[in-house]
Design a protein around this ligand. Sequence first.
Ligand code: HEM
Length: 284
Amino acid sequence: MARSLESSAPPFAGKAARPCSTVLPPRRLRASRWPARLDLLQSLSGLVLALFLIVHMFFVSSILISHEAFYRVARFFEGSLFFAEPQPWLVSVVVGGVLAVFVLHAWLALRKFPASFCQYRVFAAHQEGMRHPDTRLWWIQLWTGFALFFLGTVHLYGMLTQPALIGPYESADRIWSGRMWPLYLFLLFAVEIHGSIGLYRLAIKWGWLEGSDPVVRRRRLRLAKTLFSLFFLGLGLVTLAAYVQLGIAHAGRAGEPYRPGRVLAGEAVPQPGPGTPLPPRTGG
Ligand code: HEM
């Protein structure tokens, strides 16, 4: 078995892949369940992150409703339902959990990256031979995932270490005066493209929504993937524009936290909602 593997050429090898022959260690190869388990774990961690991001995008875009709405969402994650004072460490705990899944997912994905120029050429030859759109999608997913190593980590580190600085003015100041908007712009495209391709590939891989005609099913899933990307990219861009606009308006007072009821000159006065008013922010 080991012998036959050693001598067999990689698929779609041709000339390009000749220097990439694999040298196997001189021991018997035994079938292992670990590659399958790791694959399952990668799918599960990807699914958890994708579901988290859908919810996250709706929370972040609550700024489109009003400053007050985003303020209340941010305070909710600081335990406003249970504590009299905001508890930003609760946000850090959630971010820590998301960061752990993020790192696990990235580590599992590393197994699939071409690790040398030879492997890259084997993949290029494979892609050329297959000429299948899903193979191209895999390649896009690989590069957007690579970008997320850096872009996602910067964002998560900020949320982990400065959980008290999440709020209408705080976030808008970070995005505009803290010059984070270019990072968020790239992060938004990378994460939405990566996430939608990831969900599409999960559906194909694990046989979700199977019907009698696989061609029709694949076409429908592709349409769903494109609509998903367009919706969340659109929502994300409009949301980012709202933060930038607020950040520009608040630039002269950057660093000043949002307090419910107090408004910037020229802004509409928010209507106080029913119930007890929230305590003014003390953090940041
Ligand atoms: C628990 C973890 C997370 C928290 C608490 C969080 C929180 C936030 C907040 C408050 C914003 C608004 C801007 C700001 O205040 O800086 C934001 C924006 C954003 N976050 Fe996260 N985030 C988390 C995880 C992630 C992850 C894992 C990703 C993707 C890898 C991500 C992608 C984005 C993107 C793309 C934006 C810009 C949204 C837009 O343009 O509409 N976030 N996040």
